[in-house]
Design a protein around this ligand. Structure first.
Ligand code: FE2
Length: 387
């Protein structure tokens, strides 16, 4: 059951993730929110523990062999409005294990909460999307969920979920779990980034326009996003009120291997690269996550000592000395500023990582930090022998 611990109201969300006004009546595919980020992990039991202890998430529901699900385990974790579902195969013939063999730990489903599953699927079908699951009802003693699923890049899907007639802890078949209250480290998912193959970014941008009615928020090409050695291109699509934002990256030709190429090679194709988590206290969040063992990308002293940075960012909530101590990046645009920091990849493969983001009016993605960020990523790629 959702309870007060998870509540994030509209005004908080507006500040946290940068919501804008939107009239839903003309929207062909109205999306209410990101319902869940669903992962496949090699060991869901231990991965769920990691997100509880290192990311401060609460276990709220569970399904597995003990609840009549012989094939797999699924742990539902929450932090504010963010919901992660960690799944893993139990039986050797579980299809989740085949997926894991191909991709390693990663995101299999960016599930979207919608108010009208049938309307969305009809629109998606008319636009040529692949329907993986037709609209259907699933029920238990807590009510009925209507759901469907469509295919997006790689082997990733978007489940579409209408939970307006459901009061259970997640989905039918899941049992509620109560875990002790812990300090909440983030309140919402800000954006989920997809890496796609060379030449496919514009295809997927157009796909989100046609199939989901998403609009362009930003794009980063050429010099924005190139270092001396590697490069990428990025365009951001979002639903009407910007509650759901999907940047899409593709590699660009450069002297050495792009970080996107490294991802595509090790993930085995297109997939979700990073998830940005919105916090209203990035210093507190980074401190707690570091103490729990989460590793962040390092930023050189020169980033903070650069007089141009100080001139560019002006007054921010946290003194630059504190940002430097925690290696937090800062960027300002016409709407405000943001603070952000990136973890190293959290699994065995150099694929999925996280961003923490604290927005103060800025609706951007930290464009002013791309160079410093990519140079930090390249240092890590080099250490892995993949540059
Ligand atoms: Fe990001």
């Amino acid at each position: 059951m959702t309870n007060a611990l998870d509540d994030v109201d509209y005004d908080q969300l507006r500040q946290l993730v940068g919501l804008v006004e939107h009239d839903e009546t003309a929207d062909p595919f109205p999306v209410k929110s990101l319902d869940a980020v669903v992962f496949i992990a090699g060991n869901a039991t231990q991965t769920a523990w990691y997100y509880q202890h290192a990311f401060g998430m609460r276990l709220v529901a569970y399904a597995g062999p003990e609840t009549g699900q012989p094939d797999h385990k699924a742990f539902v974790l929450k932090s504010g409005s963010a919901r992660f579902v960690i799944t893993g195969g139990v039986r050797p013939d579980s299809p989740l294990l085949d997926h894991h063999r191909r991709h390693g730990d990663g995101v299999v489903d960016l599930a979207l909460e919608v108010s009208d599953v049938d309307k969305c699927v009809a629109h998606a079908r008319a636009q040529g999307a692949t329907i993986l699951e037709e609209p259907h009802d699933v029920s238990d003693e807590h009510g009925t969920v209507r759901r469907a699923a469509i295919a997006t890049y790689g082997e990733t899907r978007h489940s579409l979920v209408d939970r307006s007639r459901y009061t259970g802890p997640y989905l039918p078949g899941f049992q509620a779990r109560e875990t002790p209250r812990r300090k909440r480290l983030f309140q919402a998912v800000d954006h989920c980034v997809g890496n796609v193959e060379l030449g496919r970014m514009d295809y997927w941008v157009d796909w989100y326009h046609r199939v989901m009615g998403f609009t362009n928020m930003a794009e980063f090409v050429g010099d924005d996003i190139a270092t001396e050695y590697s490069a990428l291109m990025s365009k951001v699509v979002a639903n009407g009120n910007h509650r759901v934002k999907f940047p899409l990256n593709e590699p660009a030709i450069a002297k050495k291997k792009s970080q996107i190429d490294e991802y595509l090679e090790f993930y085995g194709g297109a997939g979700c690269q990073h998830i940005a988590l919105a916090t209203n206290d990035i210093v507190g969040t980074v401190t707690a996550m570091r103490a729990a063992g989460v590793e962040f990308l390092d930023t050189p002293d020169s980033y903070y000592d650069d007089p141009e940075l100080r001139a560019r960012i002006g007054e921010v909530r946290v003194p630059i000395e504190t940002l430097k101590e925690h290696r937090i990046l800062v960027d300002r645009d016409e709407d405000g500023y943001l603070l952000q920091i990136f973890t190293k990849p959290v699994g065995d493969r150099p694929t999925v990582f996280y961003e923490l983001i604290e927005r103060h009016g800025s609706l951007g993605f930290g464009k002013g930090n791309f160079k410093a960020l990519f140079e930090a990523i390249e240092r890590e790629q080099e250490r892995r022998g993949n540059l």
